[in-house]
Design a protein around this ligand. Structure first.
Ligand code: SAM
Length: 199
């Protein structure tokens, strides 16, 4: 994990504990609909790059103790806020060192608007880590922004079709790759919802 990444994301989430009214609630509503097509009851979930914490908060309240949820983030600020402030199981780490705390691997890995931020030098190792952390037949649920990013280019590399094919290799089967748009305030934002299963 690079110090520059920790610094960038800590700064990005500096007002995490305040009401972030500019956050894209329209997208989040769509994401929750997509996530909740799955039956998470009794399952284990690893979320990479929890950030704002929407999934962590909702899952905590929705599934109670029927779900084993572990979140990760490179930002100390995010980890402290969710762990100390809200009792969410958080590990401060990046994609190259995911927690292996489920003996047979997690049933789901969730990565929403995260994989485009992974430094290309870390991608191969990161995808290996996702594979090793997932149970046999487990699912990876990904949201991938398609519009030009507002993030600093040093921390946002994009994830194109070639990158997605590299991620899949012959270890994950791509079951869904569906673009969608959300009308947010005056503009339309474009994303891609991806589901891939460990072969
Ligand atoms: C755009 S935010 C998305 C946050 C959250 N998933 C959401 O939808 O609100 C990107 C997240 O990826 C995390 N991140 C950045 N680089 C990462 C890396 N190398 N490994 C794992 N997570 C990373 C950041 O800390 C941040 O929380």
């Amino acid at each position: 994990m690079r110090a520059s990444e920790v610094g960038y994301w800590d700064n990005n989430f500096k007002s995490l504990d305040k009401n972030m009214v500019t956050d894209n609630v329209w997208k989040r509503q769509q994401l929750l609909k997509k996530l909740l097509t799955h039956d998470f009851i009794g399952s284990s979930v690893l979320e990479i790059g929890v950030g704002f914490g929407t999934v962590a908060f909702i899952f905590q309240r929705l599934y109670l103790s029927t779900l084993k949820y572990v979140g990760t983030d490179v930002s100390h600020k995010v980890c402290e806020f969710l762990r100390n402030g809200h009792g969410i199981d958080m590990v401060h780490t990046d994609i190259t060192k995911l927690p292996k705390i489920e003996p047979d691997g997690f049933d789901y890995i969730i990565a929403l608007d995260v994989l485009e931020h992974i430094n290309p030098k870390d991608r191969e190792l990161g995808y290996d880590e996702m594979y090793d952390s997932l149970s046999d037949g487990g699912l990876i649920l990904i949201n991938n922004p398609l519009d030009e990013s507002n993030h600093d280019g040093e921390f946002d590399y994009g994830l194109d079709d070639k990158g997605i094919a590299n991620m899949c290799g012959d270890r994950f089967e791509l079951s869904i790759k569906a673009p969608y748009s959300v009308k947010c305030k005056q503009r339309v934002c474009n994303y891609e919802w991806i589901e891939m299963r460990k072969i």
